[in-house]
Ligand binder design. Structure first.
Ligand SMILES: [Zn+2]
Length: 243
């Protein structure tokens, strides 16, 4: 009996590992966690908003610092605060989709997954240009979700730097975690969907410190293009050198 239990435990453990591997193996052709480049460019991404207290503060800081970011907005919050999304667009930030209700997608049927996309799109597209980036809530995805996203023309974006601002550590901790993990091509995960949150307090310092280190800020779409442009530029330069 004990042995039987052990086997069940082992099976459950193996399945959990297999699930994690499937969920978190970052295959560049399926999901993007960072861009591989030697150039000092990074993308700030801000999830779960808009929030009527937090997002306006974040927008003010980004305007002062002249930084463009990618907001992964929730359809339900965009519906409640369309004016804030409109301001994000007016300030030339990029808008991506983060589902309608922040549902954990791997638990949903394909029909429900499609509903999450469709409802979010309906709200967001009435305010912003058609989004083409998608971030699954909690970074949780499976093949069905990737396929649903692809069919709708989305690139699935995760992140490579996570300072866990949503868990409300002191702002200095959020800054330190970003500075310790950042690399060229990093996609940095921040949040604006709850209050209180240390993110507005941390944001200006993150921008200043990274600029001191020579980093530039671009949107996720720019980061993706930047990589391609630099790769072809390097090839071109090498070819010129050979000639
Ligand atoms: Zn989220």
């Amino acid at each position: 009996m004990r042995r039987h239990h052990f086997c069940l435990y082992f099976l459950a453990f193996s399945l959990a590992i297999a699930g994690l591997t499937q969920q978190y193996t970052s295959d560049d052709t399926q999901v993007i966690s960072r861009v591989h480049t030697n150039q000092k460019v990074v993308a700030l991404t801000i999830d779960d908003g808009p929030h009527n207290k937090v997002t306006p503060d974040i927008l003010t800081i980004l305007r002062e610092k002249n930084v463009k970011v990618t907001f992964f907005v929730l359809g339900t919050n965009a519906k409640d605060f369309p004016g804030i999304v409109a301001q994000e667009v007016a300030d030339n930030h990029e808008i991506g989709v983060h589902t309608y209700s922040h549902a954990s997608l791997p638990n949903l049927s394909r029909q429900k997954v499609d509903e999450e996309f469709n409802k979010a799109e309906e709200v967001i597209q009435s305010i912003a240009p058609k989004p083409n980036l998608f971030r699954p809530p909690g970074g949780a995805y499976n093949q069905q979700i990737i396929e649903a996203a692809r069919q709708k023309g989305y690139t699935v974006i995760l992140w490579s730097v996570d300072p866990k601002d949503w868990s409300c550590p002191p702002a200095e901790k959020v800054v330190d975690r970003v500075l310790n993990a950042v690399q060229p091509g990093s996609i940095i995960l921040l949040h604006d969907g709850q209050y209180p949150i240390p993110t507005p307090k941390a944001l200006g310092t993150i921008i200043d410190r990274l600029r001191e280190r020579g980093f530039e800020f671009v949107t996720v779409s720019e980061l993706l293009q930047y990589n391609e442009t630099r790769s072809s530029l390097n090839l071109f330069n090498k070819r010129e050198l050979v000639q």
